[in-house]
Design a protein around this ligand. Structure first.
Ligand code: GDP
Ligand code: MG
Length: 735
């Protein structure tokens, strides 16, 4: 992916003289910078991907993009730099992620803005447009999702719309890539327009507002002599009156101006009986209403897809049935993941075994052979087997995300949180945690209230990421072979329940504060395309291969080394002579059995006295209640580095036991003899909940600081320990 993060320094008042920079650019290759702006979920990232042939993450899920990404393409000999931005509803909003887009606009870095509109939902999309219009930047309007609009029976007169917005309007379907060339042509045409032709549009504010705007504008002109033209000072005046906190802060040194604005806002709201903000909003909606009456017609028998969405939601979001349906869908998802995944997993397992046998025959005995056979192949093989499961799971998650159901699950969880007097906004980014906690922690930036955001960050690690899945599959396959799918489903239920319980606990006890409300956006249901599903799964597979190539190779080799050394171990028994004695037994079967038993004992003692054994044994006492042994302790420690190493550790640790079976079946049977099912269940719960991995800890630190990152580690360790101990004690009474 050729996406880059960048930091932007907003500088609205020092407008760079664009003409100069442009002529300088034409001498070399011409570069046009295009910023993609619009509401969340209107198809910006889809358009970005289609325009630039890249693969940003798309989802039928508001607020998927939280960082800026950009890429460059060559079109008709001109270099076009395309910048994808997080969605914005309003320029005066305070959510940190909307601020990214706003700062970008203020920086005036883009030569041309691409304002993406949801053609089926123009009333809402255009609100942001009314604010853009007043900025007077060169803008191309994209009527995206034109296919959906047509389905809803909506017709838009693009010619009239273009003349009213004073900029080209292009119809697109970003999902299929229809209209991309027209967009690029319009961008170039717009960039070629002389500066004077691009001017802000005046919205018809009522006379009192106009008067206030003029007063403020006058003072601004006095305070910034020669720095701004008429349009710019009017714009600043509008924004100050509309309550743009960022601009108010920047003008903070002019206490005169701030006071004037404050007074004007106060007077206006008093004389009109409504807040100044809503007076502005009223004008904007009025403008949109009028505009749409002119350019839009809707068929008499409209909104088939909306009707369908409404009807589907009557079932999926039903007061009583909604949750059971969600649980049922989850259950079906895990059952089929497990059943279907078993076949390809078996093929891979056979491949790994064949490879290991081949390598074993080729190489001479020695440390290098052991390293490759027992360290690398065992460790990597143990993990690679789970690739099919992960891909199938992600197929389902991609289906849920693309159809729009995933957004509904947040809504359902939100509804439960209402029972506890909380708003479940924290759950919006949470569902992403099923993939990986790191981006999910970052996605909490969409939450405005710092308190709710902190809660969301802290409960995120309890969402079971896909890297934890292999350990669950291994353990439930070994201990609950007949109910493996169900066990994994239970793990995910525990995962969600813990996240919700912790949210309640944290908001009521640790991070107290007031209540807040918000509107949950529910996108319409959409049929996913083959391509978008494939993109989701493809990027998952890529992540997996990269992870196997990196962290798992390193992890397996480290663990192998730690358990091979030191070499000079003093054994408690003289095995050599005991083995010699056993070999002397006349009965051959008995003799072989005894030798095997002795070899086993020797190997066990060697492992226990290796570095790894010593590390494990020094930790194991902490888990004496649960009954986890030193091997489990090693796996647990390795999982703090990265969750996927847990299974690799087991692969290497049990790979030595020269059982008759090898590969994943061998690992399963070796592990199934190491503990009771109750302990195994407790271990699964522990592995589910204990400390976030290093990358997630780093992400939490980035979003909330070191002390909260530390809190998260301790809190989750404590919770995991207590819960697993409870399971073992309670389970011990019954089994
Ligand atoms: P963003 O939040 O604005 O970046 O929106 P995304 O690009 O993530 O798209 C949101 C959803 O709308 C995804 O499910 C897309 O597949 C879907 N989508 C985007 N463009 C179109 C379109 O033109 N037609 C239809 N039917 N769906 C679209
Ligand atoms: Mg996006």
């Amino acid at each position: 992916m050729n996406a880059q993060k960048k930091s932007l320094k907003p500088s609205i008042l020092q407008k760079p003289s664009k003409k100069e920079s442009k002529t300088a650019a034409t001498e070399k290759k011409r570069v046009i910078t295009v910023g993609l702006v619009g509401n969340p979920n209107c198809g910006k990232t889809s358009l970005y991907n289609k325009l630039s042939n890249s693969q940003g993450s798309i989802g039928n899920y508001p607020r998927v993009t939280v960082e800026i990404q950009e890429s460059r393409i060559d079109y008709k000999g001109i270099e076009i730099r395309i910048v994808d931005l997080p969605g914005i509803y309003s320029l005066t909003s305070t959510s940190p992620e909307e601020r990214i887009g706003r700062d970008y606009l203020h920086s005036e870095e883009a030569d041309v803005l691409l304002n993406i509109l949801d053609a089926g939902n123009l009333d809402r999309s255009l609100f942001f447009t009314t604010q853009l219009l007043e900025m007077g930047q060169a803008t191309v309007y994209v009527l995206n999702m034109i296919d959906e609009a047509k389905q809803k029976g909506i017709h838009i007169n693009t010619k009239d719309l273009a003349s009213m917005l004073n900029g080209p309007v292009v119809e697109t379907n970003a999902k299929l890539g229809v209209g991309m060339d027209k967009v690029l042509d319009a961008i170039i045409e717009m960039a070629d327009r002389p500066h004077g032709e691009v001017h802000p549009i005046k919205l018809p504010y009522d006379s009192h507002l106009e008067e206030a705007i003029n007063n403020v504008q006058e003072l601004i002109t006095k305070l910034h002599p020669g720095e701004m033209d008429q349009h710019q000072s009017r714009w600043l005046s509008l924004k100050l009156l509309e309550g743009d906190d960022e601009l108010l802060r920047r003008e903070g040194e002019h206490s005169h101006l701030i006071e004037l604005v404050r007074r004007a806002r106060y007077d206006l709201s008093h004389s009109h009986g409504e807040s100044c903000d809503s007076m502005f909003a009223d004008t904007r909606y009025g403008f949109i209403h009028g505009l749409l009456l002119e350019v839009r017609t809707i068929d008499k028998n409209p909104e088939k897809s909306m009707q369908l969405t409404r009807r589907i939601d009557q079932i999926f979001l039903h007061r009583l049935l909604g949750l059971p349906i969600f649980v049922l869908l989850m259950w079906m998802m895990f059952e089929s993941t497990f059943t279907l995944g078993a076949y390809p997993a078996d093929w891979i397992d056979q491949g790994v075994r064949a490879l290991s046998a081949g390598v074993g025959d080729l190489m001479p005995h020695g440390l290098v052979r052991d390293l490759i056979m027992d360290g690398m192949i065992m460790g990597i093989g143990a993990v690679v087997v789970f690739l099919p499961y992960i891909l199938i799971l992600f197929f389902f998650i991609a289906m849920f995300s693309e159809t729009g159901y995933l957004a509904r699950t947040s809504f359902l969880l939100d509804r439960i949180m209402h029972v506890f007097g909380l708003h479940g906004k924290a759950f919006i980014p949470l569902v992403m945690g099923f993939g990986c906690n790191v981006p999910a922690v970052m996605a909490t930036r969409t939450i405005e209230s710092p308190r709710a955001r902190l809660v969301a960050v802290l409960i995120n690690p309890f969402m079971s990421c896909s890297q934890r899945l292999p350990a669950f599959i291994l353990l439930s396959g070994a201990f609950f072979p007949d109910n493996a799918g169900r066990m994994i489903f239970i793990m995910y239920m525990i995962s969600i329940a813990t996240a919700m319980g912790s949210a309640v606990f944290l908001s009521k006890v640790v991070i107290k504060g007031g209540k807040e409300s918000f509107v949950m956006e529910l996108p319409p249901y959409r049929l996913p395309t083959f391509g978008s599903i494939l993109t989701h799964i493809g990027s998952r597979a890529y992540d997996f291969v990269r992870m196997v190539g990196g962290v798992i190779v390193v992890g397996s080799i480290t663990i192998w080394f730690l358990q091979q050394f030191p070499r000079d171990i003093t054994y408690s028994v003289n095995y050599e002579s005991s083995i010699a004695q056993a070999q002397a037994i006349p009965d051959t079967t008995q003799s072989e059995l005894a030798v095997a038993e002795l070899n086993d004992q020797k190997e066990r003692e060697r492992m226990e006295k290796s570095y790894l054994g010593r590390i494990g044994q020094s930790i194991a006492p902490m888990f004496s209640v649960q009954g986890f042994d030193w091997k489990d302790s090693v796996a647990i420690i390795s999982g703090i580095f990265a969750k996927e190493v847990v299974v690799a550790s087991y692969g290497v640790l049990y790979g030595q036991d020269d059982g008759s079976e090898t590969g994943s079946a061998g690992l399963r049977s070796a592990i199934s003899q190491a503990m009771t099912p109750v302990t195994a269940f407790a271990l699964m719960v522990f592995l589910l909940l204990y400390s976030p991995c290093l990358s997630t800890i780093a992400a939490i630190k980035r979003e909330a600081g070191w002390s909260w990152a530390g809190f998260s580690v301790l809190f989750s360790l404590l919770l995991a320990w207590t819960l697993s101990a409870t399971i073992v004690s309670v389970g011990g009474m019954f089994f």
